[in-house]
Design a binder for this molecule. Structure first.
Ligand SMILES: C[S@@+](CC[C@H](N)C(=O)[O-])C[C@H]1O[C@@H](n2cnc3c(N)ncnc32)[C@H](O)[C@@H]1O
Length: 209
């Protein structure tokens, strides 16, 4: 069944031991990723878009989709009023699917957790759906996103609750007073169609002007 296959794919990614292994797993998953995530009722992009629209004025840009994957969120950014968007992701295969949609002005194969080749304050908004999660990117991935977010801009991201309570929230607090939590959701399950999954939450981080 599709559901079982989906759990297998995500399970393998959760257990990946290196960025190269994660990239290879997503490269192989790229062709069927969206169909399988839709079947599982995947919620992160919808929730991130709602929060972005509440905290960033229509027309603000550019937006960085960090860990954009196949561009599920990117497809909606222009419709929601943010036509200027760029994508970064570790997986060439995921980026290739995103590129075919023609919704990002630039796509970059880059790793969160490493230095990013963007000037300070390059982006009015940064959004990251489903990336700060088990076996993917930890709180160290936030530092460069804070640097490249414009003063007055926002960073919207989802985080597994285990990461959040296991150091991520403290890491965010360490950026004060440059960064503050503008909004935080209650924990929710990102894929209701998947059995036994650790809840996530979404946060809006505001960079002081
Ligand atoms: C669950 S998918 C989410 C993709 C997309 N944001 C979405 O909501 O559909 C996680 C994505 O994070 C990417 N990823 C994992 N580790 C990464 C890293 N260190 N830097 C950049 N992207 C990473 C994967 O390649 C994959 O595309």
């Amino acid at each position: 069944m599709g559901g079982a296959k989906h759990e297998g794919q995500l399970g393998s990614v959760y257990e990946a031991k290196s960025p190269e292994e994660i990239a290879a797993l997503y490269d192989g998953w790229a062709g069927s990723y969206e169909a399988e995530m839709a079947q599982a009722g995947y919620r992160h992009p919808t929730i991130c878009l709602a929060l972005l629209a509440r905290h960033l004025p229509k027309g603000a840009g550019p937006i960085l989709d960090a860990g954009a994957g196949t561009g599920i969120l990117g497809e909606w950014l222009a419709i929601a009023g943010y036509p200027e968007a760029e994508a970064i992701d570790l997986s060439e295969g995921m980026l290739a699917v995103a590129a075919r949609k023609g919704v990002y002005r630039r796509l970059h194969r880059l790793a969160l957790g490493q230095p990013l080749p963007f000037a300070d304050g390059s982006f009015a908004g940064v959004v990251s759906a489903g990336v700060f999660t088990t076996g993917h990117v930890g709180s160290e991935g936030l530092d460069e996103l804070v640097r490249i977010c414009r003063p007055g801009g926002v960073i919207v991201l989802t985080v597994k609750t285990t990461l959040w309570t296991g150091g991520f929230a403290d890491h965010v607090a360490g950026f004060a007073p440059t960064l503050s939590i503008a909004e935080q959701t209650e924990p929710y399950v990102s894929m209701p169609g998947e059995a036994a999954t650790i809840p996530s939450l979404a946060v809006v981080l505001k960079k002081s002007a």
